[in-house]
Each structure stands twice: as C-alpha cells, then as structure tokens.
Ligand binder design. Structure first.
Ligand SMILES: [Zn+2]
Length: 350
C-alpha cells in the first residue's frame, strides 16, 4: 500500500513531498524519493477521521505525515489494530448535519467561555504559584530559542553597553525589593526597535531601540515598562494560557505531540501574539508609579513611543513589533502626555 502526502519534520512547519509505503508490519517513508525513515507499523499513531480533512500519521520522533488518502489510512489503522471507535463515530455523525451544527454551536460557546474567562483566570492564578525554578527554565529555554530564531549578536560598543547597564543598575536600586533577578541583555534584530521581557527577569533591548532613544530617560521608561510586565508575570500568564490551549487541542485531537516542550510557544507569542490591553495598562501603571517615585517626567515615554511609531514609516511599513505588540499606541502616547501635564502641574485635562 502506498500513501502520498507531505512530511513535516519535528517542530517545523517546513513540508516535504513524501510517500508512505506500508507493508505487512512495517513502513518506510520516502521524501523526495529518498528513504527517510522506516519502522514497525505498531509504532505509528493516527489522527481521527473527520470529514475530508487530511489525516495525520504521527511518528515516534514527533514528525508527521499528512495525507488526503483517508480510506488508505483507515485500512492502515485496521492493519495496526488501532482503529479508533471515536473515529468511526465522528464519521457517521458527519453525515447528520443537525447534530454537527448543534455540536459546533455548543463547542464554540464553550470554547469562547473557556478562552475568555477560564483560561485568563487560570493563567493569572497559576502564574503566581509557579515555582521560581520553572521561571528560570522557561526563561533560559526561551532565550535560547530567541537567539536561534530572532536575535543576532548586538553591535553596540562596550562603552554604550556599560552606560546602559549602569542606567539599569541605578534604576533597579530605586525599585522596591523584588523576588525577580532583573538582568539586561542586548541583541540585534534587523529593523526592529523592540524590547522583550522573559519571566525570570531578563529584559532584552534591541540595538535598533537603543539607537532610536534620544536620552537616558526614554530608555528608563522602556525598562520600567518591561519590568512592569515581569513584575505582574504577564509572559508567564500568556504562556500558561497558550499551554492550556495546546493541552485542550492535544486532548481533543489525541495529538499528544503538541504537549512536548511547551516553551516552544514563547517565540511565537513574542513575535506574533500580543499582551492583552489589560496587561499593557498594568505595565504602564507600574512604570508611571515608579516614574512618580523618581520624579521623572512621563513625557519621555510619550517621546520614545512616538519615535518608534515614526520609525515604522521610515522603514517602509516593515512591522515593528514593539509597536504592534503594544497596541493602541496613539492612545498611550496621549495618556503619557496627560500624565506629563499632571506631573508639571499644568492640569489633568488634555
Ligand atoms: Zn508592553
């Protein structure tokens, strides 16, 4: 028996044209005509049959073969003796559209409730009970992945780095005692004026952001905002939420490979997803509170946000992640200007 489809390497979305050849008890996988792997049929697991969606054959190393040959996969499952009762049931149910429609409506409502109420609540609660060691391992794993996938070595000179580290250290001394070990890192990210924070206290500034800043206070504002995210455990909350979603998806699709190494969601989160507006406001509030203690004018935050926003148009619309991960920037700039007027005693009306 021969199935045609695509093969995906573990934890990669790159796909290769592939053929799965199935014998009495063994299989071989050919990608682009070359034998890539082989083994016993008993080692394989299968996704359930749902309508005409492509089926997935899961290998023990986490790689996946995807095919439209649904009937052949059923035959193959029968050969392995792993045909799923649920799979048949879903296939029968599929022909009864009313049931399907009712199930979909219920699932959507349930999903909405779980995603909008249960997960945020659980994320917040769990983020505060996660032991420090877990924070550390998520952070170091996350930093490794970011270095592999996003970052390049910083080109900042030794003096500039030293000056920024001094600013950072002086800023930390003004903060209340913290359970976090805040550390500053410099990385390059082509065209990205950006700042990141990781759950154990790492803050990463890109060369591009450092280059944009006109003065020390603008950098301090960004640092305080990122410290705010760490202080309120926002990254951890988001990771827990995403992880809960993958746990549910894994359970629903019996694809337990998604559970492997949940830290892989971190770069995706930092790159594509965003903090909620509530998280941003919380980090901003933290920053404003510290600025008040330091007698620092909030206008510096408005100015650095404006510079980042303008810089976006300068580089011809290339997505600026700090900007996109910090939505409604105009409102936040206006908010910072308002705070600045309050600070200067001009009055709170903007
Ligand atoms: Zn933020």
């Amino acid at each position: 028996m021969q199935l045609n489809g695509y093969w995906f390497e573990p934890r990669s979305s790159a796909r290769h044209v592939a053929t799965l050849e199935v014998g009495a008890e063994v299989f071989s996988l050919l990608t682009e005509g070359i034998k890539t792997k082989s083994g016993l049929l008993a080692e394989l697991s299968f996704s359930d049959r749902i309508g005409n969606t492509p089926r997935r054959v899961l290998f023990t190393d986490g790689s996946v073969f995807e095919t439209q040959d649904n009937d052949l996969v059923d035959e193959m499952q029968a050969m392995c003796g792993t045909e799923h009762f649920l799979s048949k049931y879903v296939h029968i149910l599929e022909s009864q559209w009313r049931w399907v429609l009712a199930s979909v409506v219920c699932l959507v409502l349930l999903g909405y409730f779980v995603a909008s109420v249960v997960f945020p609540w659980a994320g917040r609660e769990l983020a505060y009970v996660v032991p420090a060691k877990v924070n550390e391992s998520i952070s170091s794993g996350g930093m490794y992945l970011l270095d592999q996938q996003l970052f390049e070595t910083s080109d900042l000179g030794k003096n500039k780095k030293g000056e920024l580290k001094q600013t950072f250290a002086a800023l930390l001394k003004t903060l209340p005692d913290s359970e976090f070990d805040y550390r500053l890192y410099f990385r390059k990210m082509e065209g990205e004026a950006n700042a990141f924070s990781l759950p154990a206290g790492e803050i990463i500034l890109t060369d591009e952001l450092v280059g944009l800043a006109e003065n020390r206070e603008q950098i301090q504002a960004i640092l305080l905002h990122e410290i705010g995210h760490i202080h309120h455990r926002h990254v951890l909350q988001q990771i827990i939420r995403s992880s809960l979603i993958s746990v549910v998806i894994s359970m629903a699709t019996s694809d337990l490979s998604a559970l492997e190494d949940l830290v892989v969601v971190l770069p995706v989160f930092l790159l594509e997803s965003s903090y909620s507006q509530a998280n941003e406001n919380e980090a901003d509030d933290f920053m404003y509170e510290q600025m008040r203690n330091l007698q620092m004018n909030p206008i510096h935050f408005a100015n650095i946000l404006s510079l980042i926003t303008q810089d976006e148009s300068d580089i011809d619309g290339t997505a600026l992640k700090y900007f996109s991960s910090h939505p409604e920037t105009t409102q936040r700039i206006e908010g910072a200007i308002r705070k600045s007027k309050e600070f200067l005693g001009v009055g709170g009306v903007f």
